[in-house]
Design a protein around this ligand. Structure first.
Ligand code: KG4
Ligand code: ZN
Length: 332
């Protein structure tokens, strides 16, 4: 079975092909980061228009990379949510029309399930159950992954997502969108002892929920009081990153203890953060911690093709031709 996966939930258009016999045969991506940077964030209408322009060339490129013809595809999987409605619609309309023309099934995929399963692309032996720390631009959740399609939310952010807090903190110190990765680089450059220490929100009470918006306020106050130069920027970045990382590590420990799971999967864009990877690996020595490689952490087509493949192997497919996408898509 060969499954094409199409991702268009936000500002990356991704197309990939996953095959039962050959694994990942193609994985191509078109990022719109530079286009949205001028506006300081993703502009939904511009994202949708760019997906429309990128989809056909990316599909052609993916087929070329995989060295197969359209007629050799068995299923077209696509991200049906959660995400920006207009952006999701472009991928869903394309996927369903393409599948209809090829007379093969289409299959709706949950974007966050794609992020969760991405870890198996490089670690095929990773077995259920496992705990997932899902940290992206739009979501921060701790989940218990019981089996394919069975995910139980153990805790989540009550306000900003971790990635969102990274991006907003970067922005308030004049770092252009998306500031998360750049803020992380600056934090790693801070060689002096941290001048400020931020709190570890919601770690002083039981439970697995998060709250990151207060850290942004702490960063804003520290920045206003500082010399507002490069040194201040990198020290505040370090204090902020340390607080986010510590908080995430503490909650992961709690989730592993609560579930008695031995395996932790880190998923989503913030999973690319090196300080987080290092802290989890050194703290959770008695557990197995799985990180997808960097290009599978941020949005990509490979995770959608792979998640689609697993569900298609169980005989699942879209039951009707109507196009349905969801801005929000709760687990249960
Ligand atoms: O999963 P993702 O690509 O998109 C969503 O589905 O949201 O995550 C993007 C988020 C952005 O907020 C970005 O700033 C953050 O992940 N991010 C990072 C790093 N790389 C990406 N945050 C901190 N450190 C990084 N190295
Ligand atoms: Zn994502």
């Amino acid at each position: 079975m060969r499954v094409m996966g199409i991702e268009s939930s936000c500002d990356e258009t991704g197309v990939a092909i996953y095959s039962e016999n050959d694994g990942l045969m193609a994985n191509v991506l078109s990022s719109q980061v530079d286009i949205h940077a001028a506006f300081g964030g993703v502009v939904p209408e511009i994202a949708s228009r760019n997906h429309v322009m990128s989809l056909v060339p990316l599909v052609e490129e993916a087929l070329k990379q995989a060295q197969i013809k359209q007629s050799q595809l068995d299923v077209i999987a696509y991200t049906a949510g959660p995400g920006l409605i207009g952006a999701l619609l472009t991928g869903a309309c394309f996927a369903k029309a393409f599948a209809f023309a090829l007379q093969i099934p289409s299959l709706a995929v949950h974007h966050l399930e794609g992020h969760i399963l991405a870890a198996q692309l490089d670690a095929p032996t990773l077995a259920f159950p496992f705990v997932v720390l899902l940290v992206s631009g739009g979501h921060t959740q701790l989940l218990l992954a019981n089996s394919l399609g069975n995910y139980q939310c153990l805790g989540e952010t009550l306000d900003d997502a971790a990635g969102e807090a990274f991006d907003k903190t970067a922005k308030l110190m004049g770092i252009p969108y998306p500031g998360g990765p750049q803020l992380a680089r600056l934090a790693d450059q801070c060689l002096v002892d941290t001048l400020v220490r931020f709190p570890r929100p919601m770690t002083d009470r039981p439970g697995l929920d998060f709250s990151f918006s207060g850290l942004k306020t702490h960063a804003s106050i520290a920045w206003k009081k500082s010399a507002q130069d490069d040194k201040a920027r990198s020290c505040i970045a370090q204090a902020f990153q340390e607080a986010v990382v510590d908080t995430l590590v503490i909650k992961c420990q709690r989730a592993l203890q609560k579930t008695q799971c031995t395996r932790l999967v880190v998923a989503g864009g913030v999973g690319a953060n090196l300080a987080l990877r290092h802290a989890l690996q050194t703290t959770l020595k008695n557990h197995q911690v799985y990180f997808p490689r960097f290009e599978y952490c941020t949005d990509n087509g490979a995770m959608i093709a792979y998640a689609g493949f697993l569900h298609a192997m169980r005989g699942e497919k879209d039951s009707h031709h109507a196009i349905e996408v969801r801005a929000r898509w709760p687990w249960n």
